[in-house]
Every structure is written in structure tokens, then in C-alpha cells.
Design a protein around this ligand. Structure first.
Ligand SMILES: [Zn+2]
Length: 204
């Protein structure tokens, strides 16, 4: 005999289920880099972004810089969550890094001249992605607020997560790719993959 019971879901339950769709762990370097590439593509006015490797390195470093707090936590306390999502995940940090990165060329000629606004947007993209894609808050208005991560993350867990957990960011990577594709389509610019491949082959 089959007993059917009536199932009712309140509005609060429904909201809870929507919130739960977000990931409890952080987006990984690959996901943050994909978002940064989309930001850079929308920001760039021309297709000529200088040396490809320099541009890529610049995007990877700036979009992942806020997570240096994981390395600091591991070095100081053996716990990657110790300082995580504190000051480096704030509006103020994005402004500070934008100032430093956009003036880096004054100290070292190999650093390209980069717009302060682009630097700011790349760092901010990390903080916004963390805030929107996970259910753990960031310290956006630090020093007015401080929301450090709970729990414990060891070196092994962090390394395993970065090396083998990239599939978690697949959705972020696909959406970022779609944004780049649509941006290129709307602005009548070449689709990046053939351009990037040809430049990689030429080594510039
Ligand atoms: Zn982060």
C-alpha cells in the first residue's frame, strides 16, 4: 500500500533552497580568472591588449590577489580560514591595489601601464564573485565590518581543492566565456579563441 502525504513548502523554505544553490566553498583561481578575463574584455576598447602573456599574468594575479589571505592564514596559523575574507576582500583593498598596480611601472619598467579603473575592477570582481557565488559573507565595507570565514583548511585541503576542484567553477567559467562571446558579437570584434591561439603560436 502506498501512503501519499501532502507536501507543502513555505516561501521561507523556498528562499532557503535558492540560497542553498550557492556553493559553501570559495570559487577557485580558475573561476576568478575567468571572471577577470570577462571584465578585461568588456573594459578593453581595442583588440590589441599588448603582450598576451603579460596581460594574462596581470589578470591572474589581480583577480586572485584577495585570496592571499589564505596563504597568510596557513603560514601564520596552519589554517587557511584564519584570516580568510577579511580586509583583502574589501572595497578599500581593491582601491589600494589599484593605486599600487597602476603605478608599478614607475618602479619597474617591465610592468605595463595599466588603468587604475581596470585594476580596481579586476580585484573587485573577486570580492563580488565570492559574495554572490557563495553563502559565506565577505568584508566588503572593512574596516566597518569584518566577516572572517569559519572552519579549518589545511595546506593539503587547499592544494587538493585548487588542483582537483576546478570542476566546481565550471558554471562560472562557462558564463564568463558567454559574456566574452556576446561582448565580442555586440561590438563586432573577433572571437578570442582563434586570435589567442594564433598569438600563442607566434609567442607574443
Ligand atoms: Zn576570495
Amino acid at each position: 500500500m502506498v501512503i501519499v502525504t501532502e507536501v507543502t513548502i513555505s516561501i521561507d523554505d523556498f528562499r532557503f533552497k535558492i540560497v542553498d544553490l550557492r556553493c559553501s566553498s570559495m570559487p577557485l583561481p580558475l573561476g576568478h580568472t575567468a571572471v577577470g578575463l570577462a571584465v578585461h574584455d568588456i573594459y578593453s576598447k581595442s583588440n590589441n591588449s599588448g603582450h598576451l602573456w603579460k596581460t594574462l599574468t596581470f589578470i591572474i594575479v589581480l583577480t586572485n590577489l584577495p585570496d592571499m589571505d589564505v596563504l597568510i592564514g596557513l603560514a601564520v596559523n596552519g589554517n587557511g580560514n584564519f584570516f580568510h575574507r577579511g580586509p583583502t576582500h574589501s572595497f578599500l583593498f581593491a582601491l589600494f591595489i589599484a593605486f599600487i598596480a597602476s603605478n608599478g611601472w614607475r618602479c619597474w619598467s617591465k610592468i605595463p601601464r595599466i588603468s587604475p579603473l581596470l585594476c580596481f575592477l579586476l580585484v573587485l570582481s573577486h570580492v563580488v564573485a565570492d559574495a554572490l557565488l557563495t553563502n559565506s559573507p565577505v568584508s566588503f565595507w572593512w574596516p566597518l565590518e569584518l566577516n572572517l570565514s569559519d572552519g579549518h583548511s589545511s595546506w593539503r585541503e587547499i592544494i587538493e581543492s585548487v588542483l582537483f576542484g576546478a570542476f566546481r567553477d565550471l558554471g562560472t567559467i562557462v558564463v564568463s566565456g558567454l559574456v566574452i562571446f556576446l561582448n565580442r558579437l555586440i561590438r563586432n570584434r573577433p572571437i578570442p579563441i582563434p586570435v589567442i591561439l594564433s598569438r600563442l603560436v607566434k609567442g607574443r
